[in-house]
Structures are given as structure tokens and as C-alpha cells.
Design a protein around this ligand. Structure first.
Ligand code: C2O
Ligand code: CU
Length: 488
């Protein structure tokens, strides 16, 4: 039932004007007066989507190992199509890891190996990539390293890296974007002793939340079109703009933007404080107190919100202030309903960990991201002017090399981001200035608004072999905005 639509049709190709609102980052007007929660009724497809805050946000199910023998945790995962309730009362066909939409959470520990055997019960080849993981090329789930329907594939993750908020998702070239959109994405929370020793909120008060957008047809089924700007239903843990009941105490939220293309800029409706404690590659050195958190596709943020400042009965909306689309559709993400008091011995310490020192960089490289944005029918997306070629090595890197990559988004309208497999990097600069504290930790994906340039520092001292780097707006990487590096 998953079909590949003609490559680059859809809204993007339609007109330059469509493109402007389409790929462009359109800040939403703050239009909440009266706060009507009625579902938008413009167009028949929207009718099926319920009013905001009418469904409860579920917790993500946790995968259990089938064995913990031999010094490793072994998992079996069946990749299959199932129907799940996203919109109340409607069964929507989705692609899943073990029947879960959105994908489950796997909890792993640094220094302890995880082995996952996937069985492909779909009708097309797939691969699975551990995003942010340091793994050998054979276990990286690269774009061409797929396994066929009816086949099994085992991935081994050594977890020889510090704790981090990782995730796993399909990467089968040119299909990754549709596969991930239809559900093939899961969370992989890697913890370590440093993190476990901290008095952060834990147990029921540590909640992974996967955010994304979706486009439903009139029957409540997921519509996939390449570069579709009609994905205007926001899902939190697989339900449309849900509510989540919390106690008046601190919670730790592990946020993942699993959207194909949507950027979120999150804030609380009362402008209240959010304490960011981690990024893609794990904890920051020090917590950052902020009132907003930005997440481009694939980015993660580890945040603590203290609901003890609100009286029981308070309802606080997690809002999104970025388009495309209007605030009535995409301006609300979920609502926290403070329903009870609770004891709280958790704390966010002033120092969370120290990051590894950055060796001196001895190699400089420059990368340019671009995409046709002139409204042509079949736009393509490029890394250094070229579409991805599995056989071409674009960057040849000496093992152990420490490097600064200067990455530029040459587009005028379309935002991108930049993701490297294998490494966690540091973002040294954005547009010539030091980055803010929330980007100062370990990162594997960095946003690039139109015209922006970032400088990244990465060290290639873990594994040899060929890996990809790409824009993580997956529709763009599927169009070719991807390249290969080889560590030799
Ligand atoms: Cu989320 Cu190539 O990866
Ligand atoms: Cu892009």
C-alpha cells in the first residue's frame, strides 16, 4: 500500500509562490485570542481531525529484550504494517516496529552491547539506522544496505559512547522519507553512569515525546507526497495535539522531532521557564534556562519543566511558533494539565558533565547545501552541487583526523539541516558568531536557516569505512541532498 509518488511533484513544484510559504520558515502570528479549540474545517480532509486536547498523550511503549545473556541485550523486532488509532475512532494504516506507532523506546547503557534482529514483514526493502550512534559501517543501516521482504537483518550496537538521546529509523534510499513518515522511527535512550548518578527526574517523571506532523486524507489515512506542505496535523506520541496530565513537580522530557521537514520552535503558553539539559549527543555541561526550544527534523532536546510553580488545575499549552501553516493548525503541540501535587526530590544540578576536549583540527572542509527553489516542476536537492551517488566518495578522511567543516545553506527560502553519521560534532560558530548555550553540547544534526553558515568540529577516531552525511529534511535527502565520506 505504500506507493512511490512521482518524485518531486506536489506543492513545491506547483509555483514559486507556493514555495515561498512552503519551504520558507514562516513565523506564526500569535493568534490565540478566545482560544477556540475547534478543529479547522477548511477542506474535507481536516474534518476527521479532532479538536485540540481531546485525546490523551500516550507514553511510548518500551521494548523488552528477548535475552540479556552473554553480556548483551538482544531484541527481536518485526517490521510490519498495522492499523492504529491516531484520530479517535479511525484506524490508520501505518508502518511499525513491532506494531507500535510511533515507534517504541529502547533503553540502552553505555558499555553494554545491544543486538537487534529485524524481520522485514513489509513488501519492500528497508534498512535501519541508529541516528547519532557510533557503529561500524556494516551496522549503520546505510541507504543501499537494505534487506528484502521476508528477510531478517541483525544490527549490533556496541554503545561505546557516552549517554545520548539517540533514535532509529528507516534509511532505504529514496524510500526513507516515506517510510519514516509512515511510522518507521523509534527512540533509543542511551544512558551512562554519569547520567545515572545525577538527581534528575526519573521513572514516571522522565517522559520521551516524539513530535511530528502528518497529512490525513478524508478517510483518516496518511497521505504521502514528496515535499508535501500539507502536513499540518501535529502529533505528540502519535496522537493529534493531545493533553498530558502531570503532577505539580519537575518532569524530564526527552523531545525528538521525528518530522520529515517541519521545524518546531517550542514555548510554554505562559512564557514559563524551560531548563534544557541536553541535546542530540547527550547532556550539556550546564543546564540552560530558556523560554524556547528549537528543533529541526531529527534534533533532540532534553528538557526539565517544573510544574510546581502552577496551582493544581492549571493547563499550560506547549506551543509552536513556526510555520508553515497557521497557528490554529500548527501552533499548538500538546497541553500539560496539572492535576495533582506530588513530592519531588529531583534536582537539576549546576554541572551535568564535562564534554570531551576537542583535539586541534588539522583539516578544513566546506560543504554547500542547495535545492532548486525556482518553482520548477522537478526540483532536485544537492550536496556541493551534486545529487547523491552511492559509488562516489565525496570526502576522504584519514582515520583519527580532527576537522572543521564549514557548512552553508545556499538557499534563499528553503531551510535545511546537516546530519553526519558516525560522529557527534560540536557547533563552533553560526554565521561567524559563537553558538548559543543550547547548541554548545554534542550534536549530530544542526539546523541551517536560509543563507546560514555553521562551523562544525568533528573527530573521526572510532571506525573506518563509508558513511553518509545529508540534510535530515528527509524529503530532501531522498531527492539527493546526501553525500559519502570514507574514513580510511
Ligand atoms: Cu537520522 Cu542518515 O539519518
Ligand atoms: Cu534540506
Amino acid at each position: 500500500m505504500v506507493t512511490r509518488r512521482s518524485v518531486l511533484g506536489g506543492v513545491l513544484g506547483a509555483s514559486g509562490a507556493g514555495l515561498l510559504t512552503a519551504g520558507g520558515l514562516v513565523p506564526l502570528l500569535r493568534a490565540r485570542a478566545g482560544g477556540s479549540d475547534l478543529a479547522p474545517v477548511a477542506g474535507s480532509r481536516a474534518v476527521a481531525v479532532p479538536p485540540a486536547f481531546s485525546v490523551r498523550m500516550p507514553l511510548l511503549p518500551q521494548l523488552s529484550p528477548v535475552s540479556t545473556l552473554g553480556g548483551q541485550d538482544t531484541y527481536l523486532v518485526t517490521v510490519k504494517e498495522v492499523a492504529r488509532e491516531i484520530i479517535p475512532g479511525v484506524q490508520t494504516k501505518v508502518l511499525t516496529y513491532d506494531g507500535h506507532f510511533p515507534g517504541p523506546v529502547l533503553r540502552a547503557r553505555s558499555g553494554r552491547k545491544v543486538v537487534i534482529r529485524h524481520r522485514n514483514n513489509l513488501t519492500m526493502p528497508i534498512s535501519c539506522h541508529l541516528h547519532g550512534g557510533s557503529v561500524t559501517p556494516e551496522n549503520d543501516g546505510g541507504p543501499m544496505d537494505t534487506f528484502a521482504p521476508g528477510r531478517d537483518r541483525t544490527y549490533t550496537y556496541p554503545n561505546q559512547q557516552p549517554g545520548a538521546t539517540l533514535w532509529f529509523h528507516d534509511h532505504a534510499h529514496h524510500m526513507e522519507s516515506e517510510h519514516v513518515y509512515r511510522g518507521l522511527s523509534g527512540s533509543y535512550l542511551l544512558t551512562d553512569d554519569t547520567e545515572r548518578a545525577l538527581p534528575l527526574p526519573g521513572g514516571a517523571y522522565e517522559v520521551p515525546i516524539a513530535l511530528r506532523d502528518a497529512h490525513f486524507d478524508a478517510a483518516g489515512q496518511l497521505v504521502y507526497e514528496m515535499d508535501d506542505m500539507g502536513r499540518s496535523t501535529i502529533l505528540a506520541n502519535g496522537r493529534p495535539v493531545p493533553y498530558f496530565e502531570v503532577a505539580a513537580r519537575k518532569y524530564r522530557f526527552r523531545l525528538l522531532n521525528s518530522s520529515n521537514m517541519r521545524f518546531f520552535q517550542l514555548r510554554l503558553s505562559d512564557g514559563g521557564q524551560i531548563v534544557q539539559i541536553g541535546t542530540d549527543g547527550g547532556l550539556l555541561e550546564r543546564p540552560v534556562t530558556t523560554d524556547t526550544v528549537g528543533l529541526s527534523p531529527a534534533e533532540r532536546a532534553d528538557v526539565v519543566i517544573d510544574f510546581s510553580r502552577y496551582p493544581v488545575g492549571t493547563k499550560i499549552v506547549l506551543e509552536n511558533t513556526l510555520g508553515p501553516e497557521t497557528p490554529d493548525k500548527v501552533g499548538r503541540v500538546l497541553r500539560f494539565d496539572v492535576v495533582r501535587k506530588a513530592a519531588d526530590t529531583s534536582r537539576v544540578p549546576d554541572v551535568l558533565r564535562s564534554l570531551p576536549p576537542m583535539p586541534r583540527a588539522t583539516v578544513q572542509r566546506s560543504i554547500v547545501l542547495s535545492m532548486d527553489e525556482d518553482g520548477r516542476q522537478e526540483p532536485r536537492a544537492y550536496m556541493d552541487g551534486k545529487v547523491w551517488d552511492a559509488e562516489r566518495i565525496d570526502q576522504s578522511i584519514a582515520y583519527g583526523s580532527s576537522e572543521v567543516w564549514t557548512v552553508t545553506n545556499a538557499n534563499k527560502i528553503i531551510p535545511h539541516n546537516f546530519h553526519m553519521h558516525l560522529v557527534q560534532f560540536r557547533v563552533l560558530e553560526r554565521n561567524g558568531a559563537p553558538v548559543g548555550p543550547a547548541e554548545a553540547g554534542l550534536k549530530d544534526t544542526v539546523r541551517l536557516f536560509p543563507g546560514e553558515t555553521v562551523k562544525l568540529h568533528a573527530t573521526f577516531d572510532s571506525y573506518r569505512g563509508t558513511y553518509v552525511y545529508h540534510c535530515h529534511l528527509l524529503d530532501h535527502s531522498a531527492m539527493g541532498m546526501m553525500a559519502n565520506f570514507r574514513v580510511r
